[in-house]
Write a protein that binds this ligand. Structure first.
Ligand SMILES: O=c1ccn([C@@H]2O[C@H](COP(=O)(O)O)[C@@H](O)[C@H]2O)c(=O)[nH]1
Length: 237
């Protein structure tokens, strides 16, 4: 793939009013939208459908992780909303990943991209050990990305620190969606494995997810433009 990397704005707001106020200042061609657990629980599927119908690429980031039948049904429901991408958690294992893939394949005309979360960007080696995962985050990402590749998924969610490793092991066309992106000087918040937008692009990330550096900025639309500029410069556009 070598497509221009995209910016996905994480709309982690506590109301649809706040989310709409930012989205109304953005253009669908300039970035994509991510609806995660908070906004989805607050505002529901109708908001997702509304944005998808309005031409936005919506990433429904609910990280499904359950028995295969339940995850497959949830992926079908996401496809019915018209989302651009939906994700599951790779820790659900091969059968769950295969069931998710089969479910999105049932609607070829509007099949969403299907990606898998590997190791959350809030983890470091110490917290991985605390939950019983051996090795470095990069080693765990490599193992989980291999599972996702074998199940026929379209890519994984990983930190920018593992983007190059995933590209090398899983191929150029396998998407590397990277949260844990922080412009120079931005607060770390609860993230642990972070890098700048420039690093993420240079390392081969295909889609950069950025939330609080935008949503908590005094000028969110300006923050989006600054990140897009840094991405363009690094990509040599
Ligand atoms: O490993 C992961 C997977 C998902 N996320 C989500 O991305 C955004 C990041 O928000 P920031 O405010 O830029 O930290 C958020 O919605 C997470 O749920 C992640 O951070 N790490």
């Amino acid at each position: 793939m070598n497509a221009t990397p995209s910016l996905i704005v994480a709309l982690d707001f506590d109301s649809d009013v706040s989310a709409r106020s930012l989205v109304n200042r953005l253009a669908p061609g300039s970035c994509r939208l991510k609806v995660g657990k908070e906004l989805f629980v607050r505002a529901g599927p109708s908001l997702v459908r509304e944005w998808a119908d309005a031409g936005w690429d919506v990433f429904l980031d609910l990280k499904f992780h359950d028995i295969p039948n339940t995850v497959a049904s949830a992926c079908r429901a996401a496809a019915d909303l018209g989302v651009w991408m939906v994700n599951v958690h790779a820790l659900g294992g091969p059968a769950m990943l295969a069931a998710a893939r089969a479910a999105v394949d049932e609607t070829p005309a509007r099949r969403p991209l299907l990606t898998a979360v590997t190791v959350l960007t809030s983890h470091d080696e110490t917290t991985l050990q605390a939950i019983g995962l051996q090795g470095t985050p990069a080693e765990a990402v490599g193992r989980l990305a291999a599972l996702a590749t074998r199940a026929g998924l379209d890519g994984v969610v990983c930190s920018p620190q593992e983007a190059a490793l995933v590209r090398d092991h899983c191929g150029e066309s396998f998407r590397r969606i990277t949260p844990g992106v922080r412009p120079v000087g931005a607060a770390l918040d609860d993230q642990r494995r972070i890098k700048t937008p420039a690093f993420a692009i240079a390392a081969g990330a295909t889609d950069l997810v950025v939330g609080r550096p935008i949503t908590r900025s005094a000028d969110p639309a300006g923050a989006v433009e600054m990140i897009l500029d840094e991405m363009r410069v690094t990509a040599g556009e």
